[in-house]
Design a protein around this ligand. Structure first.
Ligand SMILES: CC(C)(COP(=O)(O)OP(=O)(O)OC[C@H]1O[C@@H](n2cnc3c(N)ncnc32)[C@H](O)[C@@H]1OP(=O)(O)O)[C@@H](O)C(=O)NCCC(=O)NCCS
Length: 274
């Protein structure tokens, strides 16, 4: 296995910031969200790394940060925001199941120990679409907290390490009186989270008479703590929209907003795209 994990550099940063999706142009709005989050956190212990093959191609990435700066609650732990080993056939090809995930996780743990941390925390999903928590569990991590299918796991290094926790909503979005309230929490550390917000922005286009759009930028940890919103999410009239479901399209979200509007007003939401 000839690969090494290195800090993101000028020749790899474009690939890193678009989460390896070099096969398609990045939405400039997502790029702006990613860049803003990076700028806010680059001096707060953030590690941004890529897995380089011998050929120089990027085959994976990871980013992690002390938990005190992360979307999770805890102390003296290193928090993994994401590990991603390229899994598609295009470009560099499917690089999963070759030991690279283990290589990256071992490197993160070594860095955490050298940095004096008392353990590592990671989050994952208990569903098959992406970011499987089963990987971390296979690697010896145990569950510390859960909300729906979002699971926070950890590996303590010492007996006095404290288990991490997920943030929980403190200021839940409230239903709109007549229009459907569409509240979106977004920060730029995750391409998937950025896509969520952009899907919502696009879904309300033309629905000005039907929906009230409220985007809350949680790039700053203080804002995450204020709302209790660490991870990205879309809320329709106060209810999370498919928090544990498969990815959805702009059209599906638009249709859901229209349906809700009709249900609560008895009127067709006839503005905007059909
Ligand atoms: C999960 C992931 C990091 C694993 O990387 P990988 O390179 O395929 O894994 P490795 O080949 O290093 O496997 C190491 C071990 O973990 C196991 N493993 C790998 N994926 C697993 C999974 N999803 N569930 C359980 N165990 C898993 C392997 O079987 C292997 O076990 P062994 O060494 O005991 O035989 C990779 O599949 C991936 O990137 N998936 C997508 C993650 C994602 O969505 N990231 C975005 C997050 S924002």
């Amino acid at each position: 296995m000839d690969a090494r994990i290195v800090d993101v550099a000028s020749e790899t940063e474009a690939t890193f910031f678009r989460c390896l999706h070099d096969e398609k142009p990045q939405d400039p709005r997502a790029a702006a969200l990613r860049r803003k989050w990076h700028d806010l956190h680059k001096d707060k212990g953030l590690r941004e790394k890529v897995l380089l093959l011998e050929s120089g191609e990027v085959a994976g990435l990871c980013q992690y940060i002390p938990i005190e700066q992360s979307p999770f609650l805890g102390r003296e732990l290193m928090a993994i925001l994401c590990i991603w080993v390229h899994g598609y056939d295009h470009l560099v090809g499917n690089q999963q199941k070759k030991g690279f995930g283990r290589l990256i996780l071992d490197a993160i743990e070594a860095d955490a120990r050298e940095s004096g941390m008392k353990g590592v925390a990671a989050w994952g999903k208990d569903f098959p679409y992406w970011n499987p928590v089963s990987f971390y569990e296979h690697m010896g991590y145990v569950r510390a907290d859960a909300e729906g299918q979002t699971i926070l796991v950890w590996k303590p290094f010492s007996a006095d390490a404290e288990a991490p926790k997920l943030m929980r909503l403190k200021r839940p979005p409230v239903p709109g009186d007549r229009k459907v309230d569409v509240t979106v929490f977004v920060s730029g550390w995750c391409c998937g989270g950025c896509d969520y917000a952009l899907t919502a922005r696009d879904a309300v286009q033309g629905l000005e008479d039907v929906a009230h759009y409220n985007e809350i930028d949680t790039s700053e940890r203080e804002t995450q703590l204020e709302y209790g919103a660490g991870l990205a999410g879309i809320y329709l009239d106060g209810e999370p929209f498919r928090p544990d479901g498969p990815p959805f399209t702009t059209e599906e979200l638009t249709a859901e907003i229209r349906k809700l509007y009709q249900r609560k007003t008895g009127q067709q939401a006839d503005s905007g795209a059909a």
